[in-house]
Structures are given as structure tokens and as C-alpha cells.
Design a protein around this ligand. Structure first.
Ligand code: GPP
Ligand code: MG
Length: 284
């Protein structure tokens, strides 16, 4: 074992409050979408939406809307995976902030390799491990109650690491230092994140509402590049997904599963204060 042996996973009152949120979280917008095919996501969707799902009687309308939102979330995870580079079955991958495990299970399906996920929510870790067992892949996909800032995994162990909408819970300097340690040289890092737009100024009201809703701290776009450069992570692709994620939010806002945060996302994206981006970087 590495440096975290014996150390606490939760290291601040803030981290305790984030863990409490995710331990208690049971939003239908996450659970009912996950029930579609057993892949439970904790991120948003991208791509054109099929608006015809809103037609027809309420019974079919709800079922079809759930399936469509889930399809858009799965498309987001597929895009992330397509930026992980060449991954061999003998490689190891790390899902930093793994939620209920959806992205990790997809990565294993795609690459056939071992995947480890870490989360500071013990409920999420237990849920995700149960999903891996159900799918009979628990020997290859494992979820751990660990802090992504100090995982205790061996240095240079991973070919690729990703954060799928989890970087807004941590200081990026600390996160990228740990990723740089865990990645082998030539390995790949990918994140999809919401960041505030430096060109707009400081966080808008809508961005502040999103922070309050999830107890997170959305970083400016600039901080990603500054902290990557400081930690041997050299960007190879930057994709602005803002316009691609708007249909997801428009459809979600019209669904019975809306949580109340939809208007803030739409205001923030359309007003230009907030951006949804994918960044892929090489560990050099
Ligand atoms: C939650 O996904 C994702 C976050 C809390 C990160 C915040 C993301 C930003 C882009 C700011 P979820 O699927 O658990 O959220 P919800 O319950 O709203 O669907
Ligand atoms: Mg969700």
C-alpha cells in the first residue's frame, strides 16, 4: 500500500459535507436513467436530442424521455473514452470521482482492461461495486473509498486517468500533482468539466447557483491549463462542448425528472459565463 495507509480519506469539513451529499443522493434523474441498462451516470449529456419523445401520452412520454436523456449521457461518456488514446487489455485505468460507476464499467467494456474507481462517498462505492458484481466483472472493475487527491496507489501504475465532472470538488493543483504521480510517462489524462469563462469575468449568478446546488467550486477555464502546465500534463485536445450539451438541458427541463437546477445551467451556458469542455492531456 502507498502513502494513505492509515490516513483518513476525508480530510476537511468540506470533504465531509460533500460525502454527506453523495451518501444521501437518490435523485430519480440519476436512478431512473441508470435503470435503463444498469449503467449509472453522474454527469450530463451531449448531442442532438430526439424531441419526438415529448409527443404522445404521459406514460410513453416519460419512459421515452428517460431513455433519451440516458442516451445523451452515455454519448458524453463515449466521447470521453474516445480521447483516452490507445489502451491495451493489460493497462490500468483510473476513474477519479467514480460516482455509481457507469463510466468505469463502460471503459472496461470498451478496452477490456482493469479499471479502478475512487470516491469519497461510501454509498457510491458500495453501489458501484454491486453493479460490477452483477455484471460479473468485479475482478476487473473495482471501486474504492479513497480520496482522489491522495489515493495510495503505486506511482506510474496507470496508462490513463479521467475525471468526468468531478474536478469542481477539489483544488486542481493538488489533483494534477497526484495524477502526474499515478500516470506513467506517455499516459493520458482526460477531463470533462463545467468551468467558468475567464473572458466573461468572475462567476455569474447562475454559476454561483450551480456551486450552491452541488456544494462545489467551479474553477475558471484558465486554472485547468495553469495547473496542467505546472504538473507535466500537456494538453493535446480541447473541445468546447457547450453548444452540444444545451439540448440535454432543454430536454431535461421539460421532463418530470427535472431537479430545479436546469434554468441555471441554461442561463449560464447561453449567457456565456460558463462552458462545458473536454480537455485531454499527455503526461510527459
Ligand atoms: C453531478 O452529476 C455532477 C456534478 C455535481 C458536477 C457538477 C458539474 C458541473 C458541470 C458544474 P449528477 O448526475 O449527480 O447531477 P444531477 O443529480 O443534477 O443529475
Ligand atoms: Mg444526473
Amino acid at each position: 500500500m502507498g502513502s494513505t495507509q492509515g490516513a483518513a480519506v476525508l480530510n476537511s469539513l468540506y470533504q465531509h459535507s460533500v460525502a454527506d451529499y453523495w451518501n444521501a443522493e437518490k435523485n430519480p434523474v440519476n436512478l431512473r436513467l441508470g435503470e435503463v441498462d444498469g449503467i449509472y451516470h453522474h454527469h450530463y449529456g451531449i448531442g442532438p436530442a430526439d424531441w419526438t419523445v415529448l409527443d404522445g401520452p404521459p406514460e410513453t412520454r416519460e419512459k421515452r424521455t428517460i431513455a433519451e436523456l440516458h442516451r445523451l449521457e452515455t454519448a458524453q461518456a463515449d466521447l470521453l473514452m474516445s480521447h483516452l488514446g490507445a489502451v491495451r487489455p493489460t493497462d490500468r485505468l483510473l476513474d477519479a470521482g467514480s460516482g455509481r460507476g457507469g463510466s468505469s464499467l463502460m471503459a472496461h467494456q470498451r478496452f477490456g482492461c482493469r479499471v479502478d474507481g475512487v470516491s469519497i462517498s461510501e454509498s457510491q462505492v458500495a453501489f458501484a461495486n454491486a453493479q460490477a458484481e452483477r455484471r460479473d466483472v468485479a475482478d476487473k472493475v473495482r471501486f474504492h473509498f479513497k480520496n482522489m487527491l491522495d489515493t495510495g496507489f503505486e506511482t506510474g501504475e496507470f496508462q490513463a486517468i479521467w475525471n468526468n465532472e468531478s474536478t469542481m470538488y477539489v483544488e486542481l493543483g493538488l489533483l494534477f500533482a497526484e495524477h502526474a504521480r499515478l500516470l506513467r510517462r506517455g499516459g493520458r489524462y482526460v477531463c470533462i468539466t463545467g468551468c467558468y469563462n475567464d473572458a466573461y469575468g468572475l462567476p455569474s449568478r447562475a454559476v454561483s447557483e450551480i456551486n450552491a446546488h452541488y456544494i462545489c467550486d467551479i474553477h475558471p477555464r484558465s486554472t485547468y491549463f495553469k495547473e496542467m502546465a505546472a504538473n507535466r500534463l500537456v494538453p493535446v485536445s480541447v473541445v468546447d462542448l457547450t453548444s452540444a450539451t444545451i439540448p440535454y438541458w432543454e430536454l431535461r427541463a421539460k421532463s418530470t425528472l427535472a431537479t430545479g437546477i436546469e434554468a441555471a445551467f441554461l442561463d449560464a451556458y447561453k449567457g456565456g459565463s460558463f462552458q462545458y469542455v473536454l480537455i485531454a492531456a499527455d503526461r510527459v
